[in-house]
Each structure stands twice: as structure tokens, then as C-alpha cells.
Design a protein around this ligand. Structure first.
Ligand SMILES: [Zn+2]
Length: 237
């Protein structure tokens, strides 16, 4: 079967929580369908996939398979050509948007104040953890970092998403630190997420429009994973 490309509605409008799409392929082994367009985020970059419904069927899992987004459904698959309405579990998605933006606030703040680079991260609704190369992190810094990230929330910073040609993105010095150079050769466009004045990254996730929507961030814990590698846990209140 030829690959079916799905238009990724969430890439340009993270607040879209309802949409119509047409079934372009079915995948019986995963009880999944691909649609011509979707607002369901398939997971990636530490952000879990969206859940919700497609017509009256529950969407149990969403994932990317090449250029297509597959929606695993609870029930009998609609046939190719069927028009269906997708509705996101918006409470979960909006919590993930707030959490994902909070993670970028954390890594932007820690890089600005301490020059520490991120090596990985993971999140669930209202909770996240992020790993840094951050030898100097000790208990005393936790409260200072917590105050600093909350100042960025309160600063009401705009969050801007852009899709740039690869060559143009590679000219932006800030993007190099987030390992943009590791992007596969074939990728011709780079989506960037900028918390204006704080952080700029190549990123495929869904974010809130303004840092103030994140709400208060608590630095819940930190863990030493060695002399250099440290993990910071955050929670949204
Ligand atoms: Zn991200």
C-alpha cells in the first residue's frame, strides 16, 4: 500500500480540539485508521499522544507510522472514504500543552542562568522530568530555579510557532544547542517553538500561546545521576 500522508493540524493550531477528516487507510492488525488530516498528536519529544473519540469510537492510542498518523480505535473500523469527526480529550491535551511549555521554560531558564544543556526529558499531564548536564546543581539551587521559572510564567511571554525551511533554521544559532544538526537529512522543514525572549527550539509538540497559561510550577525534586548528569522533576499546580 502506498504511504498515506496525514495533514498535521496540531502543528499550526494547537487549540483545535474538534475536526472532520476522511479515512484514507485502515490497519486491521492495530485496529487503526489513518485520516487525511488530524488534530491528534501522535506522541514524540517526550509528550504523550492525545486521546479522545472518532465519531462514537474511543481513540485508544495515536502514533506516527512514516507520513501517516494512525488512530487505534475501540470498535469496528470505519471503511476507507468515511468522513468522521475527531474530538480530543481536551482536558488531557491542554494539561500536556501547559506541561510541555513548562518544560521549555525550565530548560530555557537553566540554560540562561547556568549554561546547562538538556540531555532528555519526559512528561505526563501536569508532571515532567528533565535531565541536564549540570554538575553544579545542588539542593540550594532548587528554590532559586523554582523562583526563576515562575518569574518567566508571570512575565507573560508569548509562545510563537514557525515552520521554516531547513537551510533557514540552520542559520539560527540558538537551535544548534538543541541538536538541530541531528535532524535526518530528508527533513526539509523545521518547526520551531519560541518562548519569546527565553527559549527557542526545534520542536514538534503542542504548546500554550503564552507562558502565563502554564500556571505555577513547583520544582518537586531533583536527583543526581552522576557527577554531571542531574534530573529535575516539576509539577504544575
Ligand atoms: Zn519540547
Amino acid at each position: 500500500m502506498a504511504p498515506v500522508t496525514t495533514e498535521l493540524l496540531y502543528q499550526t493550531d494547537s487549540y483545535l480540539n474538534k475536526f472532520d477528516g476522511v479515512v484514507t487507510a485502515t490497519f486491521p492488525e492495530e485496529n487503526a485508521v489513518a485520516l487525511d488530516r488530524t488534530a491528534f498528536y501522535p506522541g514524540g519529544g517526550g509528550q504523550p499522544c492525545d486521546l479522545g473519540t472518532l465519531d462514537d469510537l474511543k481513540v485508544l492510542r495515536v502514533h506516527k507510522a512514516g507520513p501517516a498518523i494512525l488512530h487505534s480505535l475501540d470498535g469496528k473500523l470505519p471503511a476507507v472514504g468515511t468522513r468522521a469527526q475527531g474530538v480530543l480529550d481536551w482536558e488531557r491535551r491542554y494539561q500536556l500543552m501547559r506541561t510541555h511549555t513548562a518544560m521549555h521554560i525550565l530548560c530555557g531558564t537553566v540554560f540562561r542562568d547556568y549554561g546547562a544543556l538538556v540531555t532528555g526529558g519526559d512528561m505526563e499531564p501536569l508532571k515532567g522530568r528533565m535531565d541536564f548536564e549540570f554538575a553544579r546543581l545542588q539542593k540550594e539551587l532548587v528554590a532559586i530555579i523554582e523562583a526563576a521559572v515562575n518569574r518567566e510564567v508571570e512575565a507573560k511571554r508569548e509562545v510563537r510557532v514557525k515552520i521554516l525551511p531547513r537551510a533557514e533554521a540552520f542559520q539560527i544559532p540558538d537551535l544548534i544547542r538543541t541538536k538541530i544538526n541531528l535532524l535526518p537529512e530528508g527533513i526539509q522543514q523545521v518547526r520551531t517553538v519560541e518562548i519569546v525572549g527565553l527559549d527557542l527550539q526545534a520542536d514538534g509538540g503542542t504548546h500554550v500561546r503564552n507562558s502565563s497559561e502554564v500556571g505555577r510550577i513547583r520544582v518537586a525534586d531533583y536527583k543526581s545521576k552522576g557527577a554531571i548528569n542531574k534530573r529535575i522533576y516539576i509539577e504544575l499546580i
